[in-house]
Design a protein around this ligand. Structure first.
Ligand code: GP9
Ligand code: MN
Length: 690
């Protein structure tokens, strides 16, 4: 009897459990059915952000970062919660609008990342007019299928909507009070998740979130949406900041210069070029690592190589550009300041006071000018050049631009140079001493005017003697038909234009009393993987060597960063074979140019952030706008807080900390100088009079 009782009890309890389970399942199913649109909305928003991280940040802990997924979910739930305030039939319109908006954020960042290896900034909006000029270049070079995958999000949401419509989902009566209750409940759930997220944050997360300079880190920890929102706030802030934070910025500025030795130091190069004319060549997208590479016995850039061998050459030179690319190089070259943290100096801060090389030379009686056969408004040069102190800007309107003379963005370098010689002759006749910047243009991404670059095969041709004595020519395609291959052809063209220019200058007698300074303005901005084939070609299989192969030359993110070196050459006609004809191997940055040239031309800028390379020597450090830095000993990646040793020398924690602090200080001081106009004596009364 007892046994039967126990049996019945068991049966009852198991049936109860089953009913409970069914009820639970039913409730869950019911919940999903009731909120399907919102659930799909949240899922697509979170998945899109995860896909973006997957494409940009490769490592699993980055793209499957729990923190980022939580943050994305909080954003999606927060937005989604308010959908309950709408009548059911209007909810889709609300959700799809936000879904499309958030999808666009993903697409823009996906494209932008491929191009700049960084995430997009709202402060770039003021640059869109320039971007549209290079728009074709961007589209052709960068938009890939992977950038469009995000569209699946809104598509799935729309399909869900139509399915629900068919099931008469929207016909259900939904009382106002019920809608409010649902909104509050949903916001409550969002709040709990937000709280959980905040608990996981550490002090580094908070500090980086506030500063926003380490974009990769923020996207990894906070997801793309929070990043973009924070970026929007931070981009607007400078406008407001420059009205309010002056005292703090000025204090940091004064502290920095009080603790930094600012006395001119002489060395054996002091005044060596005083009074000589100067031609500065802004060599668009020329990189160091492929400059003397040979294809079928012909160098990529034979003229650049020759000039580097005849002059003073700095093979470990880096440009320090941010989103302002060409314009940032011009800024740093002429001011020894670094690019601004948001926006660009040329576009957002062209009305500030700058201490510049042209201004110093003007004090010595020089006539100063810039020549660039592009639209004068590009990078806002027309305005910014007044602040840099050029007497004259020879822009597109001063050149004859024919259809047949156009390559890529505008007038071909060959035509630009030959027309410039005529102008230089006139300038030379009229002025005693002059300083001119000539900005090249043809070697600009996307390097697609291949038919105009002239013959430069980037394949491998080999003659093979067969067993029967016949001689056969074998051709391996190597870089033909690749983006890097096209870049090399374009580089070769630009180099040959430069060669013709040098010959033309010499024939016109313009090299006799002139110092030629050449800098590459930034790297070619081609994706990392494209270089893999260049350095790891397996000709037998016409493929890229496997990473396991003994001959595989690692081209990881460090190699990529180090590979962004650009050539820097100081050359005069009579330098070859003298003691000035030398290679300076210490790392050097664009911000070291002004102090180095200043010493040679007889001026000194105590506010320069860089150093005379002949004084600082092997102790130099090159600071990059993203917080990375490089010394002779190591390359430091601030995003990853990791480094690559470049020598066998021991590296200490202290020196890393010291350099990280120095980098942050320099970026802050430079940014303060520009945003708060600290070089303007009318605004900054504490500025020491020279
Ligand atoms: C445009 C040229 C190129 O005038 O200087 O600018 P970039 O796209 O290299 O910044
Ligand atoms: Mn450029």
């Amino acid at each position: 009897m007892k046994r039967i009782k126990i049996g019945i009890n068991k049966l009852i309890s198991s049936t109860r459990k089953k009913i409970k389970k069914i009820k639970k399942e039913h409730l869950i199913r019911q919940f999903i059915q009731d909120n399907l649109l919102l659930i799909v909305f949240i899922a697509t928003v979170v998945i899109n952000s995860t896909i973006l991280r997957f494409f940009c940040m490769k490592s699993i802990e980055n793209y499957l970062s729990i923190k980022a997924i939580m943050a994305d979910t909080v954003v999606a739930m927060f937005i989604g919660s308010f959908s309950f305030l709408f009548k059911p039939k209007n909810r889709f319109a609300y959700l799809i609008s936000f879904n499309i908006f958030l999808t666009l954020i993903c697409i823009i960042n996906s494209v932008y990342y491929t191009f700049y290896t960084s995430f997009a900034s709202v402060s770039m909006l003021s640059l869109t007019q320039y971007v549209s000029d290079v728009g074709d270049a961007v589209v052709e070079n960068v938009i890939q299928l992977k950038d469009l995958i995000y569209i699946l999000g809104p598509i799935i949401l729309t399909i869900t909507h139509f399915k629900l419509k068919k099931k008469k989902y929207y016909k259900r009566i939904d009382l106002k009070s019920e809608r409010k209750r649902k909104t509050v409940k949903s916001l409550g759930a969002t709040g709990i998740l937000l709280l959980l997220f905040l608990v996981t944050m550490n002090s580094l997360d908070v500090s980086r979130f506030i500063k926003q300079w380490n974009k990769e880190y923020i996207v990894m920890r906070f997801g793309i949406y929070v990043y973009q929102f924070n970026d929007a706030v931070i981009s607007i802030k400078p406008k407001i900041n420059s009205m309010f934070g002056f005292d703090k910025a000025n204090k940091e500025f004064l502290d920095y210069y009080q603790n930094t030795p600012t006395n001119p130091q002489t060395n054996e190069y002091t005044d060596i070029f005083k009074g000589k004319n100067v031609i500065v060549i802004h060599a668009e997208s020329m990189m160091t690592n492929v400059m003397d590479m040979e294809f079928n016995g012909v160098k990529v850039a034979p003229n650049m190589t020759r000039l580097s061998e005849e002059g003073m050459y700095f093979p470990n030179f880096y440009s320090q550009v941010s989103v302002g690319t060409s314009s940032d190089s011009e800024l740093t070259f002429n001011t020894s300041l670094l690019p601004t943290k948001s926006g660009t100096a040329f576009v957002s801060y062209s009305d500030r006071t700058y201490i510049t090389t042209p201004k110093y030379l003007k004090e010595q009686g020089y006539y100063t000018f810039s020549m660039h056969a592009n639209n004068a408004d590009f990078w806002n040069r027309r305005n910014m050049y007044n602040s840099i102190g050029y007497d004259r800007f020879y822009s597109k309107v001063d050149y004859k631009v024919d259809k047949e003379n156009i390559i890529g963005l505008g007038l071909s370098d060959k035509s630009f140079f030959s027309q410039s010689i005529t102008k230089l002759k006139k300038i030379n006749e009229k002025h005693d001493k002059w300083y001119g910047l000539l900005i090249m243009l043809s070697n600009h991404t996307p390097f697609s005017s291949v038919d105009k670059y002239g013959e430069f095969p980037v394949d491998i041709k080999e003659t093979v003697t067969m067993e029967d004595g016949r001689v056969e020519e074998k051709v391996y395609p190597y870089m033909e038909g690749t983006k890097v291959g096209n870049y090399l052809k374009s580089y070769h063209y630009a180099d040959s234009a430069l060669g013709e220019f040098m010959t033309g200058l010499d024939e016109a007698g313009l090299l006799d009393n002139t110092v030629v300074v050449i800098y590459g303005d930034h790297d070619a901005r081609l994706p990392k993987k494209d270089y893999d084939r260049l350095f790891n070609y397996d000709k037998e299989n016409d493929a890229t060597l496997d990473e396991e192969d003994v001959n595989y030359k690692e081209y990881d993110s460090y190699q990529y960063e180090l590979g962004r070196k650009v050539p820097f050459i100081i050359w005069t006609k009579d330098m070859k074979g003298t003691k000035l004809n030398m290679k300076v191997n210490n790392v050097m940055g664009m911000y070291d140019v002004m102090p180095t040239l200043g010493n040679m031309f007889g001026f000194y800028n105590k506010y320069a952030l860089g150093h005379d390379i002949f004084n600082i020597g092997s102790n130099n450090i090159v600071v990059f706008p993203n917080g990375n830095w490089v010394t002779n000993k190591m390359y430091y990646n601030s995003q990853k807080s990791a480094y690559l040793p470049l020598t066998e020398e021991e590296i200490t924690e202290e020196e890393i900390t010291k350099n990280v602090e120095y980098t942050n200080k320099l970026l802050d001081v430079s940014n303060n100088i520009i945003t708060f106009d600290l070089f303007n004596p009318e605004k900054n009364l504490s500025l020491e009079k020279e």
